[in-house]
Design a protein around this ligand. Structure first.
Ligand code: F6P
Length: 529
């Protein structure tokens, strides 16, 4: 396996970029090739993708596929699925795919399915609200122990039990947990303390606040009202938790929504729904392993990310789902992509000579249109946009849905087509100043166009399609990480801040600023004052 910049295809891509990439105009490309849409359309399980509005051509894609081959992406993928310790800095296997493999089909199948069966049986008991007495479920966790379950519960709201409200508390800032507790009653609340390590400061602190609130409110049976989802069963037991659903060190935090960490989703949508979520993800796993490179969607998306980041040098990517249920997907993807591939060194610890993960950000459409789309259309920086549209809504308001879809299509169309100053000059602009020079106004009202976007389509947002969509993103991140030659499965970059926080915590009590830099010391003194 070699790093991207050592590959022959990398050199070829550099030449191709200079000759045909840098200046590629999407409008001309579509005019030249009437079959461009079909050429860059891919169908994967549950997800259709239109990659044609990206600034690449068939030769780019061919060279990128060669790059993947030279960088050993298929071999690395097979090593991941086989349970080899590809997370080298932690000496761990990376086997979230085993969590969604059918019984008997993947590594660790017996343990995986034993926990899954137990967790789903528990979820069903909780969902039986008259018998369980549970009305509110509060998931206390952060990062991967929060974002996946939260994103999933919101996305699948249409098929969730109306009898139970699922809340999420992640922030150590007490403004997060306080209003949640105010809406709950101890006797009808179930707390899930979700933490892979069961040592994370934020989660442990919030869990203690929840326990104190429970006891102060007359709650007696901690064992019944607190459960744990963790790999650290001993620490959970020390907290007083006797019902625990475990998982394993070969499940990364940001890849853990398929494990016991998915309990809030299972409670919301039930056992059958959760199994459909896993089945959708498994279908995407098979596609990633079996589909030829020319039709492999996660592979091609990951390679397109490399092209956009290292050749066009786009520093960020906006994710804009046109389904309100997916409003936490951008946040989920921030952790998935930026914690996985936001790395500065390769597997040997050598500095990368190119950019790795872009900044991933976004908001649902159409809300985002009224916030940041101005910059996307006319700003100096080019930001590739990823649109996600859902053909069939889970609400009955047909007119609203048609507007949602029309907006989604209009935005990608506008980004690409733009509008010349000449076109703008020919238009009326009723809100424009009556005294402004017409040419000046036309320049303000023109759009450069040729801005890239990808559109993903799913038929309906169901547990199965959500599972497939999330697994698609996981494998896409895997692909770009493998090409960049980074370890996509560690996160050392979060350590330093954690350690410094532990040192600063007592100083907030004592006011001791000895040895601190002047800024940190000055701020600390002001915060205490
Ligand atoms: O942010 C660092 C991190 O380790 C994430 O990778 C993880 O998802 C999160 O903290 C929470 O960790 P835990 O589940 O162990 O509480």
């Amino acid at each position: 396996m070699i790093r991207a910049d050592q590959a022959l295809a990398w050199r070829a891509l550099q030449g191709h970029y200079e000759a045909h990439g840098r200046e590629l105009d999407l409008r001309e490309a579509f005019a030249r090739d009437p079959a461009r849409f079909e050429a860059f359309a891919l169908q994967a399980p549950e997800v259709f993708a239109d990659l044609s509005k990206n600034r690449w051509d068939l030769m780019t894609r061919k060279l990128l596929l060669e790059l993947a081959h030279e960088c050993g992406v298929p071999a690395r993928r097979d090593a991941m699925f086989a349970g080899e310790p590809i997370n080298t800095t932690e000496g761990r296997a990376v086997l979230h795919t085993a969590l969604r493999a059918p019984r008997g089909a993947g590594p660790h199948s017996d343990e995986v399915h034993a926990v899954l069966d137990a967790m789903l049986a528990f979820a069903e008991r909780v969902r039986d609200a008259p018998a369980s007495g549970i009305r509110d479920v509060v998931n206390i966790g952060i990062g991967g122990s929060d974002l996946g379950p939260q994103m999933g519960v919101l996305a699948l709201d249409a098929v969730a039990s109306p009898a139970i409200t699922v809340h999420f508390v992640s922030n150590v800032d007490g403004h997060d947990i306080t209003p949640v507790l105010a809406r709950c009653k101890p006797e009808s609340t179930l707390f899930i303390v979700a933490s892979k390590t069961f040592t994370t400061q934020e989660t442990m602190a919030n869990a203690e606040v929840a326990r104190a609130w429970f006891v102060a409110g007359g709650g007696r049976n901690i064992a019944r009202h607190f459960v744990g989802t963790t790999t650290n069963l001993e620490a959970a037991a020390r907290f007083g938790i006797t019902t625990t659903f475990g998982f394993w060190d070969w499940v990364g935090g940001r890849y853990s929504m398929w494990s016991a960490i998915g309990l809030p989703i299972a409670i919301a949508i039930g056992a059958e729904g959760f199994r459909a979520l896993l089945a959708g993800a498994h279908a995407m796993d098979r596609h990633f392993v079996e589909a030829p490179p020319e039709r492999n969607l996660p592979l091609q998306l990951g390679l397109l990310d490399v092209w956009n980041r290292d050749f066009h040098r786009y520093g960020s990517r906006a994710v804009v789902p046109y389904h309100h249920g997916l409003r936490r997907l951008p946040a989920y993807l921030q952790q998935l992509e930026m914690e996985s591939n936001g790395k500065g060194v390769d597997l040997e610890g050598c500095a990368l000579p190119y950019g790795s993960a872009p900044v991933v950000w976004g908001e649902p459409g159409t809300s985002g249109q009224h916030a940041f789309f101005q910059l996307l259309h006319q700003g100096i920086d080019v930001v590739p946009v990823e649109f996600i549209a859902v053909r069939t809504p889970s609400h009955p308001h047909t007119a609203l849905h048609r507007m949602t879809l029309a907006n989604c299509l209009a935005q990608s169309q506008a980004l690409m087509s733009g509008k010349s100053a000449q076109q703008a000059l020919a238009e009326r602009a009723p809100t424009a100043s009556s005294t402004i020079d017409a040419d000046v106004l036309a320049r303000h009202r023109s759009f450069p166009g040729n801005r890239p976007s990808t559109t993903l389509l799913v038929d309906a947002l169901t547990p199965r399609s959500l599972g497939a969509l999330v697994a698609l993103y996981e494998h896409r991140v895997f692909t770009s990480g493998a090409v960049w030659g980074v370890n996509s499965f560690d996160q050392w970059g979060v350590e330093l801040g954690k350690a410094l926080c532990s040192e600063l915590l007592p100083r907030l009590d004592t006011g001791d600023t000895t040895g601190l830099d002047a800024s940190t010391g000055g701020l600390l003194r002001r915060l205490r004052g």
